[in-house]
Design a protein around this ligand. Structure first.
Ligand SMILES: [Mg+2]
Length: 240
């Protein structure tokens, strides 16, 4: 950082665990578009769009608990939501339309957030970088390949859920020293709070369009762990 006397000293030789969806690249906006298409197509006569959305959130929580994250689960939630709100079995035609809304997500090009590639290029010269993204293994590794960022990471982890236990297992597998390891991401629920609970430091980089199921208030770090909040990914270079 610059000549500012209060500027923090840059840390060296840290292990940076980095989230992918809505931290490195856009993700939730595509789901929001599919949901908007679904709600408008459903055109429910008694439920408002907000009520349909509320019910869809409920369906998504139920589906994820059984089937995990990913596009297949999302599709299943839309079908469940339709059937529960209309009290009828879904027609093949309607099913095909729902499929079309979700297929748009799977085929999307990866849209990196501003400055991500350049920032990672610099960070990897000073630190060990491990991508930690939750969800469906095939979908998440496919996105990483399409992103062109794969070679910048020392390792990739795709846990089914980002719990404190999942972070402890990453720490163990990669022999991370928690005093020099940071989890960086946009989700309080998945990136920040469980990482702090596992004894890691954390960097919260909010994204304006973070999935509602990831919303949670950010915990306070303990005496040992540190928490930074940044406005954008390139600001990491001021600290790391
Ligand atoms: Mg994320």
């Amino acid at each position: 950082m610059s000549s500012n006397a209060s500027a923090p000293a840059r840390l060296s030789n840290q292990t940076l665990l980095i989230d992918a969806d809505d931290t490195l690249w856009e993700n939730n906006i595509y789901f929001e578009r599919a949901i908007a298409s679904f709600i408008s197509d459903l055109d429910h006569q008694t439920h408002t769009p907000a009520q349909v959305r509320e019910h869809l959130n409920h369906c998504e929580r139920a589906t994820i608990a059984v089937h995990g994250y990913g596009i297949q689960s999302f599709r299943r939630s839309l079908v469940d939501c339709f059937e529960q709100l209309t009290e009828t079995a879904i027609t093949p035609e309607r099913q095909a339309r729902i499929l079309a809304f979700t297929e748009a997500i799977a085929s999307n090009e990866i849209e990196l957030l501003t400055g991500v590639a350049e920032t990672l290029e610099t960070l990897r010269q000073r630190h060990r970088l491990i991508l930690v993204t939750k969800g469906n293994l095939e979908e998440q590794t496919g996105k990483l390949q399409r992103s062109g960022l794969q070679a910048l990471f020392n390792a990739v982890e795709v846990p089914a859920e980002k719990s404190a236990e999942a972070y402890r297992s990453v720490i163990q597998r990669h022999r991370c020293d928690p005093s020099t390891t940071w989890m960086i991401g946009n989700s309080p629920r998945s990136d920040i709070n469980p990482a702090l609970a596992a004894g890691l430091h954390a960097v919260f980089i909010p994204h304006a369009c973070t999935w509602i199921l990831e919303h949670e208030s950010v915990d306070s770090p303990s005496g040992v762990t540190r928490l930074l909040e940044l406005n954008s990914f390139p600001e990491l270079l001021d600290y790391f």
